[in-house]
Design a protein around this ligand. Sequence first.
Ligand code: APR
Length: 230
Amino acid sequence: MRIVVLTGAGISAESGVPTFRGSDGLWEGHRVEDVATPEGYERDPDAVLAFYDARRRAVASTHPNPAHRALARLEGAIGDRLLVVTQNVDDLHERAGTRNLVHMHGELRRARCLACDARPDWDDDLRDRPRCPRCGERMLRPDVVWFGEMPYGLDRIEQAVVACDVFVSIGTSGEVYPAAGYVALAAAFGARTVELNLEPSDPAVPLDDVRAGRAGELVPAWVEEVLARR
Ligand code: APR
């Protein structure tokens, strides 16, 4: 059985990483246009670099929760027949042990050089303009995908989505494309579709199994069901 799991900010909420779409429409007190677009970066690079430096530091002090760990357990049982596609820029899936993983919106712990396009691992602040380890220029930005930019791994993701038997969406509001379109694509190719989210989202197609609740409870329970059925 081939499974694709799509995760969003909701899977990391119980680890203490805030979700994006708070009731005030702001992300950590900032307008999304200011901190998550190329235009916002051009307008005020210092503010944007400082914003992601703060996010990187905050995530470093969090830990994977039972939902991340359950997905790693599932990969331990079925190997690369599970692909986890995450919209999250934190590293909680990999710290839980997931290896077959696509970070479609990039990673906080990676930088990208605007001079030579290197994408080095990065754990330090970027706001003091460190040099690129490859070309030496001081043009590193966070390797996160902003609105208007191309997500990573789309070919690999689409191949897995059309070939999967089960597609599971966890902790995502389903408002941002292309990720939000994968559940309909999976359904069109015959997959069973499952949603595990705090509140039901508003998907483009009716899903086969919608469960409302906290990821830390729903995901381990769902993984146990899958493992028991094998
Ligand atoms: N368990 C399960 N689901 C939860 C939990 C929880 N403990 N807490 C919140 N949620 C759900 C919310 O109900 C919401 O539907 O997680 C979802 C989070 O939605 P968003 O904040 O919109 O995050 P996400 O879907 O990941 O956003 C997608 O948008 O801002 C961009 O690039 C950014 O990757 C991000 C993308």
